[in-house]
Design a protein. Structure first.
Length: 223
């Protein structure tokens, strides 16, 4: 297939940064956001009037949406559109494997491909093109998507063809991150209660960037 036309649905904090990187990568883009996309659209991208218009103009449709309900609604609208043959819907949202399996089945009935591309990144990391992609889908989908992933990510983990495995890995990642944040917060609070001020703690942590320190502490500058 020649150069992909990329559609993008959902221009929130993370989606806006991701879409901007994709556009800067030279891809022709059409974008849509239910809250309005004119001010959020990346330079050079056209703004669709609806989800259906974006889907009809795109060979790859990226979703970056905040809720399972919004994903379900958008998938329904894509299924009702006259999409190009060989189109793939790429879900970068955090939705869980059950949602992924449902979307895959619904889109498949219309001959539309589906792939998970769950994202580990904050908006600053996304703007710096340092996102991590957790991909699951057909190998030929990954081949087509890799040039787009390269525009905003530093690592793509290929988790195979299992439907929802990308979403499952993202939830595992979130559980580990939140657990580390909780333990780190409790440890710092205990230290402060005992009289160790935050200034001394951060000074110590900056000199102990090894496996004994929480990854969350090393990650603080990205938030």
């Amino acid at each position: 297939m020649s150069q992909e036309n990329v559609g993008f649905i959902g221009l929130g904090n993370l989606g806006k940064a991701m879409a901007a990187n994709i556009a800067s990568g030279g891809f022709e883009m059409c974008v849509f956001d239910i809250l309005g996309a004119e001010e959020r659209a990346p330079a050079g991208a056209s703004v669709g009037e609806s989800v259906g218009e974006v889907a009809e103009r795109s060979s790859l449709v990226f979703l970056c949406l905040p809720t399972i309900e919004s994903i379900e609604t958008v998938v329904c609208e894509i299924c009702e559109a006259d999409v190009p043959q060989g189109s793939i819907v790429v879900n970068t949202s955090t939705a869980g494997p059950t949602c992924a399996v449902a979307a895959h089945g619904q889109l498949g009935k219309k001959g539309i491909g589906y792939a998970d591309a769950a994202i580990a990144a904050t908006p600053p990391l996304m703007r710096a093109k340092k996102a991590v992609v957790m991909f699951s889908g057909e190998p030929n989908y990954l081949e087509r998507l890799t040039p787009v992933f390269d525009s905003f990510s530093q690592t793509v983990f290929d988790l195979g063809t299992g439907v929802g495995d990308g979403q499952r890995m993202k939830l595992i990642n979130n559980c580990l991150v939140h657990a580390a944040m909780t333990v780190t917060s409790e440890a710092i609070a205990w230290g402060e209660k005992g009289g160790l001020g935050m200034e001394r703690f951060w000074a110590f942590s900056k000199r102990r960037r090894d496996a004994t320190m929480s990854p969350i502490i090393s990650f603080q500058s990205a938030w």
